[in-house]
Ligand binder design. Sequence first.
Ligand SMILES: Cc1ncc(COP(=O)(O)O)c(C=O)c1O
Length: 371
Amino acid sequence: MTKKALDFQALLRPGIIKTRPYSPGKPVAEVQRELGLDSIVKLASNENPEGPLPAVLEAITTAAMEINRYPDAACYELTQSLAKHLDVSPSSLIFGNGSNEVIDILIRALVSPGENVVYSEHSFIVYALATQVHFESGIAVPLTTGDRHDLPAMAAAVNDKTKLVIICNPNNPTGTYNTVAELDTFLASIPDQVIVAMDEAYYEYVTADDYPQTLAMLSAHPNLVLLRTFSKIHSLAGLRVGYGVGHPDLIGELHKTREPFNVNMLSQAAGIACLENWHEVAGRRDRNRAELDRMVIELETLGLETVPSETNFILVRGQVNAGQLAADLLQKGVIVRPMHAFGLGDGAMRISIGLPAENNRCLEALKEILN
Ligand SMILES: Cc1ncc(COP(=O)(O)O)c(C=O)c1O
C-alpha cells in the first residue's frame, strides 16, 4: 500500500516556511563546472586570500592524529589563550562553530516568541535569518544615507519586547563603521535589560582612529557582548571558529544552549596557533589596506561609485546595473557578490579584496565589460 503524501510544511513552525536558505558566495568549483573555465578568482566571501599561516597547518596536522577522540567541549586551551590575549576572564568567553553560531546562540537563548531583535536593514543576513527561523520577530532599521548604522533610529526602534540589538561594526556589506562617540551615545540610551551585540568580524582590519575599542567598554556596560572571528584576517573560514566576549553571568547561561562539542579539534588547535602568531595580523591588515585603497582608486577611475570601507571588501554602487555587472564578471571567471540577498537589488555589488594579481584580474575584466 502506498502512503499518502505527507505535507511537511504543515508540520513546521511558520518562521521556517517563510525563510529562504542563506545564499553564500558561489564556490570556485561550482563556477568552474558551470562555465568550464580553468582559472577562477573568488572575491565574493570576504575571505583572507593569503591563506593559513604555516604554524596553523602544523598545529592542525598534529591535532589530526587525535581526531578519533571528541574535542575538548570546553575549549580549555583556546579559552586560556584568548583570555590571556584579550586580558579578560576565561569565564567571559564562549566559542562557536564560527561567530555565526554565537549569533544563533544569542538569539536562541535570549528571545522568546513575541519578543524581538533589532538590527539594520542592509547588514549581515544571518541576523534576519536566525531571528526569522526562531521567532519571526526582527525589526530592520534603514541605514543612514551614508550607508552606516543609524544608531539613534535603532535606539528608537527598541521597545519593551526587544531583547537584543545587533550592530555590525564595521558593517557587512557596506564596509562602513560607527564611531566611539556614536556608540557611547547609543549605549547610554539603551535599557540595561536589552543585550547589545557588537558583531566585529572585521575588527582586525579597521584602521580608523575613532573606531570603538569595545573591550574597554564591557565593564561599564554589562549588557554588551562582542562577537569576533578567526574566519577573516586569521584565514580560518574553512575551519569555523569564532567567539563571544561578555559578562560572565550571561556567557555562563549561553554555554547551556550550545552543542556540547561545537568547536572541533582542528579549529581549536588552529585558533591557538593564530593567537600565538598575532604579530602576523598587522602585516595582513596593512597589505589589505594597500590593496583596498588601490582598488577604490581604480574602481572610481572606471566610473564606479564606492562606499568608504574599513574592512576587506568594497561595496560598489553607481549608475551602472551592479547586479548585471556581477553576472558579467562571473562569465569572465571573477566571482563577486551581487547584493540581492542583502536587499540592495541591482544597485550594488560587493567585491572582496584579493591578492594583487586577483584584484588586477577583476579590474581587467571590469574594463573589458564597461568599455
Ligand atoms: C559581519 C559578519 N559576522 C559574522 C560572520 C560569520 O563569520 P564566521 O565565519 O565566524 O561564522 C560574517 C561572515 O561573513 C560576517 O560578515
